[in-house]
Design a protein around this ligand. Structure first.
Ligand SMILES: Cc1ncc(COP(=O)(O)O)c(C=O)c1O
Length: 409
């Protein structure tokens, strides 16, 4: 019996979501821009989903833009910053002759869909960047972010929770600081610093409320919370308080911010996935945490406390479902241990990275290289049981025994 322990890579689609998508494909097939019945139904399906997604993050439905996924939502925010800065320079009539560039602050453990567009713009000379290193506990320190602020800073982007370690970042605390900083900047006629969080790994696992976090932008990724493989961008007071610049240009869909005929069925499915989170988050959280804690106990029991290292420091807030673990011993490289397992489906690093190198995220999070090489990321889900965990731990034990006997003469 296979045991799926890679819910941070993607989740299965919830049965209610599958049903919603199927129903929508059958009943909401019209073009939402058409004024006759099938189109109207399709439009209604989209607007219902928008309300459901907004409710999940405590936002207004008119502030939600559906996108193809998290990568697109993150890119929209980051590429938009160049236009935002230019428009601001024009508005204060110092557009010409200034050599200043927009300045962006981020951390060294962001997902590639944040880090690579930033690096791209930096390389092209379009932005200046401060990459704040996380502490040896894998968590960014608010003061380190705040102390990077310059007069040209116009975006701070900090992930809500890390996909590899599960560490929850102090997004709320930084948001509170930024609110105060922005009040002062307004008085000094400096550009407002926009604040973005990539909440891909937080949603469906912990409470996420855009207002509490004081963010201007928030990225939502459906396939991390049992929804379909689309996403959205939330922008607080979209177009009025928070500017959004489209990446694509075409029709007027999504208020013109994301043109192209809407993917009604997947949007309806995303709304249904959001409904499930709204109604059951406490239950999901409690279950995942109980199973993850059980997994960690069983790992210690099976391998001995001295031979198991968890790649997340004690006392740090972390997701309820994530366990990044390294088995200590020569030859126990994460992907080699996993390759000898019969039942476990898991990964060593984020799905988009190579399995052969130690994870840069773990190294940046203070995990020693020899330990990072052995890391295995186990992420449990809503349906994972204690029986699954017993099978998985036994499986790892067999793998390690096999590897150890291979080494002995
Ligand atoms: C933290 C984080 N941000 C963004 C993404 C990208 O989402 P998508 O694959 O939907 O583009 C992921 C997915 O792996 C993620 O874990």
């Amino acid at each position: 019996m296979a045991v799926y322990l890679d819910h941070n890579a993607t989740t299965p689609v919830a049965p209610d979501v599958v049903k919603k998508i199927t129903d929508s494909l059958n009943e909401e097939w019209g073009n939402p821009s058409s004024g006759y019945e099938p189109g109207v139904k399709s439009k209604e399906g989209i607007e219902k989903a928008r309300r459901q997604v907004a409710l999940m993050i405590g936002g207004n439905s008119e502030d939600i833009i559906f996108t193809s996924g998290g990568t697109e939502a993150n890119n929209m925010v980051i590429f938009g910053i160049v236009d935002y800065y230019e428009d601001w320079l024009k508005s204060v009539s110092c557009g010409k002759g200034t050599t200043d560039k927009p300045h962006v602050i981020t951390t060294n453990v962001e997902h590639d869909s944040v880090m690579l567009p930033i690096k791209y713009l930096e390389k092209r000379g379009a932005i200046d960047v401060s990459v704040v290193p996380v502490s040896p506990k894998g968590c960014v320190v608010p003061q380190d972010v705040i102390s990077e602020i310059r007069h040209t800073t116009c975006l701070v982007t900090i992930m809500l929770a890390n996909n590899e370690t599960g560490v929850i970042m102090p997004v709320e605390e930084i948001g509170r600081y930024l609110k105060e900083v922005n009040k002062q900047r307004k008085a000094e006629k400096l550009i407002k610093i926009l604040y973005h969080t990539d909440a891909a790994q937080g949603i469906g696992k912990i409470r996420v409320d855009a207002d509490e976090l004081s963010v201007d932008y928030l990225t939502i990724v459906g396939h991390k919370f049992y929804g379909p493989r689309i996403g959205c961008l939330y922008a607080h007071g979209l177009g009025r308080e928070t500017p959004v610049y489209p990446l694509l240009h075409g029709g007027g869909q999504e208020q013109g911010y994301r043109p192209g005929t809407e993917n009604t069925a997947m949007i309806a499915g995303l709304g249904e996935a959001a409904r499930l989170v709204c109604e059951n988050l406490t239950e999901y959280y409690t279950h995942m945490k109980e199973i993850r804690d059980y997994l960690e106990e069983k790992l210690k029991e099976a391998f001995g406390e001295d031979c198991v290292a968890f790649n997340c420091s004690k006392g740090v807030r972390r997701l309820p479902n994530t366990c990044s673990v390294s088995l200590i011993g020569e030859g126990l490289v994460g992907h080699v241990v996993l390759s000898r397992c019969t039942y476990i489906m898991a990964s060593t690093v984020a799905a988009c990275h190579t399995q052969n190198k130690p994870s840069g995220i773990l190294l940046a999070s203070g995990v020693p290289r020899h330990q990072a090489v052995n890391a295995i990321r186990l992420s449990v889900g809503r349906e994972t049981t204690r029986d699954n965990i017993d099978i998985a731990v036994k499986d790892m034990k067999h793998s390690v025994t096999a590897l150890s006997s291979k080494k002995s003469p």
